[in-house]
Design a protein around this ligand. Structure first.
Ligand code: KG4
Ligand code: ZN
Length: 353
């Protein structure tokens, strides 16, 4: 077998992710993850209770070269062995995306390899190939993160993604972060609520938005979490006013149950309506232990197969971008223009830059 055969069968793709506060550089060969280097600026944002765009951009700038070096070292791959570079072109924070795209352009042009700009959400779907093998297509994907809550029908992650529904206000992860703040838990709140909820009981009946009969006619696969967040804040404020201690673990468990209930019910319905037998869950909130548990039970009950990447690949990382790039190269997709632009509000159906 010549080197050319090896390259065409198993391309080495370097992926760069900088849409929010993680600087991720991943390397994938064929369907195998070789390296996943991630630096996070989350601690720099914690005291502001949310990601500060300028702080994130500067952190990406500082972390980019060290993460490229670390990924190559872990993968045991020299840059000269990279066959293609993929990068998140949107959606996300404009300045943060620009750092990643500039780095990807510099690498691709200096190495003389093709450049692929990819939608962040498609990359969240694609990453599951490195954990669970080729994607069943079509698949329904539930993507839940700090910036997004989407239900997607994915006939082909490299060229066709359809939106079935999305959040009308806060993203699921945003709701976790805001409720955590109300409960005095650190940012980002998701993992802290997940942990606190394990010690609590689901005993407060918080609202499940867009699940009533009339809502289901117009917003069957849409979500809304801002009313839930307000309901939790009011419940906590009333309790505090009465002078009684706030049962943090019970509130966390009850809030989490409301989110998980709506997400999993709609995702399972979407699969059945689309006639699809696989559900994939991705994005930072997919790291939630209760979401994974309830999704598994509900899928099992109706004979659906569930795919959720390991928690470390659910939150933002470069491996997901490299995984998408690897699928695109293997499928023979044309690369992006070498002067591709970032698109901070790239629509979910626009897979490529
Ligand atoms: O995908 P991601 O890393 O970044 C975005 O694209 O937003 O998702 C981050 C979000 C945050 O809102 C964080 O609170 C949430 O994912 N998250 C979780 C858990 N781990 C991270 N939410 C619930 N439970 C978790 N275990
Ligand atoms: Zn994400």
């Amino acid at each position: 077998m010549t080197k050319a055969d090896v390259v065409s069968a198993e391309p080495v793709v370097l992926g760069i992710e900088t849409s929010c506060d993680e600087t991720g550089v991943g390397i994938v060969r064929g369907g195998t993850l070789l390296a996943d280097a991630v630096a996070s600026s989350v601690e720099e944002h914690a005291r502001f209770g949310g990601v500060v765009p300028e702080v994130a951009s500067r952190a990406h700038l500082e972390a980019m070269v060290p993460m490229v070096d670390r990924a190559c070292e872990h993968a045991g791959v020299g840059l000269e062995q990279v066959d293609a570079v993929a990068v998140t072109s949107g959606p996300g924070l404009a300045g943060a995306l620009m750092v990643g795209v500039a780095a990807a352009k510099a690498l691709a042009s200096s190495l003389g390899v093709p450049l692929y700009g990819v939608n962040h959400l498609s990359a969240h779907v694609a990453v599951d190939v490195v954990d669970h093998g080729p994607l069943p297509e079509p698949v329904v994907a539930l993507l839940v993160s700090g910036g997004h809550s989407n239900l997607l029908l994915v006939p082909d992650v490299t060229q066709e993604v359809r939106s079935l529904g999305a959040t009308m206000d806060d993203a699921a992860g945003e709701a976790f972060d805001k409720v955590a703040r109300v409960l005095g838990l650190p940012f980002p709140g998701g993992p802290h609520i997940d942990r606190a909820a394990r010690e609590g009981t689901v005993e407060i009946d918080f609202p499940r938005a867009l699940t009533g009969t009339r809502d289901l006619q117009r917003h069957r696969f849409d979500f809304s979490f801002s009313g839930l967040k307000t309901a939790v804040a009011r419940w906590v404020a009333l309790r505090a006013e009465s002078g009684e201690p706030v049962p943090v673990a019970d509130v966390a468990a009850s809030f989490q149950e409301a989110v998980v209930d709506v997400l999993t019910a709609k995702a399972v319905d979407a699969c059945r309506e689309a006639g699809v037998d696989h559900l994939l869950i991705g994005g930072g909130v997919a790291a939630n232990s209760r979401l994974r548990e309830v999704a598994a039970a509900r899928c099992d009950r109706v004979g659906l197969r569930l795919r959720v990447p390991r928690p470390g690949l659910c939150t933002d990382n470069g491996a997901m971008v490299a995984a998408w790039g690897s699928l695109a190269v293997t499928a023979g997709r044309a690369p992006s223009s070498p002067d591709l632009a970032v698109d901070s509000s790239q629509p979910v159906e626009q897979i490529r830059a």
